[in-house]
Ligand binder design. Structure first.
Ligand code: ADP
Length: 461
């Protein structure tokens, strides 16, 4: 029909601008490896912060005892306890609860927020029983997953740089958040101490490593994205002699800030310019769940304007930023019906447009183009990490089994994206090397991972 024909050049240009042929992916992997190296050399040396996690030992499976985990990263926080039974009994039991943070506390004072958290934790601890036992004379220990920018100063301390994600709590920035929590627990009369302060990616790596000794890398692809990996201390010049007993440590790459060589379109540039952090997190903005749907929406607006893809009228909803979510574009790609009925109804629900079959087909093409670019770029980033590890010590990653633990709603729920990611890794590595690289979903490993890190960093061991 006339309408789709007029929108076709927009699609063609999009596909051209988003193309990720093998040489481009190779360049991304090389740049990722080089940026990692630069970030390890000196603080501020690259887009990648390459943050020291102070996690020098990972779970082995031998951990024993009762450990807690506390996860604060958004509008909910989760508390968990687990009873570990060592090599044979493994995880004897786990319980968790999720508590939502009242809106007013997100912009209140530090003490109010931490008192609320500590009091919820105290209530959870009161219900401890059954298979959960704390040896006499010991305090409870918890891991603390805190997904805000922190300048970590040791495994159990870190200074909050700033609140993000809608939090604007006064009095915390510049303070040690572990101290804030420990003091609040004290005020609640709760006998518990924070043994490990960790980033969620690091917790995911720990959680996956507990079950599989070959896990060396963890990647989160959810609303945002991040990756961490096991690094040798000799490969970290900026460490300046700080010793790790084990010779290894976990580096939190903060790879969402990567930007070198990305194939960006006019839609990406406009979205970035209007974002709260222009020029920042460009890799995150091309590969993570918060943005994929929004990029598609911007393309559809262009198609509607220049090609009348959905008729003369352009609904207000289609013009509303973030009206189309990544779950929407993923659902549209799962529609295998002949008339693409689900595509039509999702489009109508989310953006208010009416569509005929040709328009729907074109929309699916747009979704696929954006998911393909995202998945393939994410795959190239993973290969960049593996390359960097291999360059420093030949044989650590290539030629034997090695596992990349993946988590996050995007990876979990978007099958096309996941396939593109895996295909890119296989293309880049070739059949021989990629046969040893296992990309494995580690669902919700981060909760138990933080408890495991409390165990490996226990003051009683
Ligand atoms: P978060 O990253 O917010 O901590 P998750 O790991 O659960 O939490 O990821 C949630 C994100 O995953 C959502 O913001 C969305 O972008 C993406 N997502 C959720 N469901 C789907 C889906 N069905 N298809 C594609 N992406 C999804």
């Amino acid at each position: 029909t006339l309408s789709t024909a007029a929108a076709l050049p927009v699609l063609t240009k999009l596909q051209h601008d988003c193309a990720t042929p093998l040489p481009l992916l190779r360049n991304i992997a090389d740049n990722m490896a080089a940026d990692m190296r630069a970030g390890l050399a000196v603080d501020g040396g690259s887009d990648l912060k390459m943050i020291l996690s102070y996690v020098d030992s990972l779970p082995t499976g031998h951990e024993r005892g009762l450990f807690y985990a506390l996860d604060l990263g958004g509008t909910n926080f989760r508390v968990l306890r687990t009873q570990l039974g060592g090599r044979d009994e493994r995880v004897i039991d786990t319980e968790f609860e999720q508590v939502s943070i009242p809106q007013d506390l997100m912009s209140g004072t530090s003490d109010e927020l931490f008192d609320f958290i500590a009091s919820a934790l105290a209530k959870f601890v009161k219900k401890e029983g059954g298979k959960f036992v704390l040896p006499n004379g010991r305090s409870r220990e918890t891991g603390f997953t805190f997904s805000f920018p922190v300048k970590q100063t040791s495994i159990d301390s870190g200074i909050l740089i700033k609140w993000t994600k809608g939090f604007s709590v006064s009095g915390t920035p510049g303070k040690d958040i572990v101290a804030c929590l420990n003091e609040a627990m004290g005020r609640q009369g709760l006998d518990m101490r924070v043994s490990a302060l960790v980033n969620d990616t690091v917790a995911t790596l720990a959680g996956a490593r507990y079950w599989d000794d070959d896990v060396m890398v963890a990647v989160i692809l959810g609303t945002g994205t991040n990756a961490c990996y096991v690094e040798s201390v000799e490969a970290i010049p900026k460490l300046q002699g700080r010793k790790s007993t084990y010779g290894k440590t976990i580096i939190n790459t903060e790879w969402g800030a990567f930007s070198n060589g990305l194939p960006l379109t006019e839609y990406d540039r406009a979205m970035d310019a209007e974002s709260i952090n222009p020029g920042e997190q460009l890799y995150e903005k091309t590969i993570s769940g918060m943005y994929l749907g929004e990029i598609v929406r911007r393309v559809l607006v262009r198609m509607a304007e220049t090609g009348s893809l959905f008729g003369k009228h352009i609904p207000e909803k289609l013009q509303t930023p973030f009206a189309l979510g990544t779950p929407n574009i993923s659902s549209m790609q799962q529609d295998t019906s002949e008339d693409l009925e689900a595509v039509g109804s999702i489009l109508y629900e989310a953006t208010g447009v009416d569509s005929n079959l040709d328009a729907r087909k074109m929309v699916v093409e747009v979704c696929d183009t954006i998911a393909k670019r995202g998945g393939r770029l994410a795959g190239a980033g993973i290969v960049g990490i593996l390359q960097k590890m291999e360059e420093d010590s030949k044989g650590v990653v290539f030629g034997k089994r090695m596992v990349v633990a993946m988590d996050g709603g995007l990876y979990e729920h978007y099958p096309q994206y996941k396939r593109y990611l895996k295909n890119a890794v296989a293309e880049l590595l070739g059949p021989e090397l990629s046969s040893h690289v296992v990309i494995e979903h580690s669902k919700d490993g981060s909760g138990i991972g933080a408890a495991l890190l409390a165990a490996t960093n226990s003051i009683y061991e």
